[in-house]
Design a protein around this ligand. Structure first.
Ligand code: HEM
Length: 358
């Protein structure tokens, strides 16, 4: 009954929002109004990160379930391009934030998460499918697609960081049976979000503001479509978070070509998962408002400076650039606990794009 009431409130909020505001560049979000602070009206949809029963490191080696599982995924990721690897890290984030880490982002079909605007640019599905096909040959019906996504996110991080990011993934997730396009936009933070909004959307998943700052470092790799940052061009005059004028001028040129144009997130070390992102944030050489707004509070700015190596000591810790690798590892593990499903709530899919036939 309480759930029904919550759904009714959300449905009415959705209705109110879509009537009053134009949709933001296809993203599905209300466009921010500079004269009105943007209040995000949605409560968290899914259970936040918590130590879910059943997840354990070495899950597939235990009891001989499928000892070669992690190696099979690693081999598939090693064959991927740098762009696909960036896509795999983002895929893990988009999977976990919507319906929990349950492979729901992989499901094909009308009105699934995959068809929603923020997911149209996701990459790496073929890598997941190749790994899953090899797993089904080696150990049929044992390894969940949700775990494949979690392993692949780790292996891509390892590869793009030249081994500096290297962590063990607690596994044993089950695959969900529900995937709805409409769930994506109220759970995935939008690129135009300010610090309050982005922090609140991470908090709704049980992740802290520090986790958010750490994980945003993934914007040191990969690309973005120009349609993801129209609010940043031309840069707003006299704003402390406006894009650096040279980059803005260059992107204005590149993006004016029309159609779908992709640009690098980090022009300096585009394929390296590293701390360059934090230097870019400080010099305002970043694409999204969510990135730039990390300098708008003393705490987050301090952490950004620490990771960038501009502050030798922060909250009693030294060597920020090295610390960032550890913090990124911990935050990825923590993200992997969001809304994990058990055998009672999920299944082990045969093919990642479809739920099993009854
Ligand atoms: C803090 C909130 C975040 C926002 C608002 C955000 C938004 C975006 C947007 C708009 C893009 C470009 C999409 C496109 O136009 O193609 C993007 C790319 C990317 N994001 Fe995020 N993101 C956030 C957090 C994260 C997190 C937590 C991760 C992973 C740990 C991540 C990893 C990536 C990666 C790797 C790319 C590049 C993907 C590719 O090249 O295919 N992002 N993000």
């Amino acid at each position: 009954m309480a759930k029904l009431a919550l759904l009714a409130v959300i449905a009415s909020l959705l209705g109110a929002v879509s009537c009053e505001f134009p949709v933001y560049a296809g993203y599905g979000f209300p466009r921010p109004n500079p004269n009105m602070p943007f209040a995000f009206p949605f409560p968290p949809f899914f259970s936040p990160a918590s130590p879910a029963p059943g997840l354990r490191v070495g899950y597939y080696t235990h009891n001989g379930r499928c000892p070669q599982a992690e190696k099979i995924v690693r081999d598939a990721v090693e064959k991927a391009t740098a762009g696909e690897k960036a896509g795999l890290i983002r895929l893990f984030f988009h999977d976990c934030f919507v319906q929990g880490c349950d492979g729901s982002v992989l499901l094909s079909g009308a009105d699934t998460e995959r068809t929603a605007f923020p997911n149209l640019s996701l990459r790496g599905f073929e890598v997941i499918d190749a790994a899953k096909a090899a797993l089904e040959t080696a150990c049929p019906g044992v390894v969940s697609c949700a775990d494949v996504v979690a392993f692949a996110g780790r292996d891509a991080s390892y590869s793009l960081s030249s081994g500096r990011i290297n962590y063990r993934v607690p596994a044993g997730r089950y695959d969900g049976k529900v995937s709805r396009a409409g769930d994506t936009f109220q759970n995935l933070p939008p690129p135009f979000g300010d610090l309050n909004l982005t922090t609140a959307m991470f908090a709704a998943k049980g992740l802290s503001q520090d986790d958010m700052v750490v994980l945003s470092g993934a914007h040191s790799i990969g690309r973005s479509d120009c349609s993801s940052f129209p609010d940043r061009l031309p840069p707003v005059a006299n704003s402390s978070t406006a894009m650096e004028p040279k980059l803005a001028q260059q992107l204005t040129g590149t993006c004016s070509a029309g159609g779908s144009v992709n640009v690098l997130q980090d022009a300096i070390t585009p394929d390296k998962l590293d701390i360059q992102y934090y230097t870019n944030v400080l010099s305002r050489n970043v694409l999204f408002n969510s990135d730039a707004s990390l300098t708008t509070s003393t705490e987050t700015e301090g952490l950004v400076e620490f990771y960038a190596g501009k502050r030798p000591l922060f909250r009693g810790k030294f060597l920020g650039p090295i610390q960032w690798n550890h913090d990124f590892e911990d935050a990825m593990v923590k993200m992997g606990y969001i809304g994990v499903k058990t055998s009672a709530e999920g299944e082990i899919r045969n093919t990642c794009a479809f739920i099993n036939k009854p």
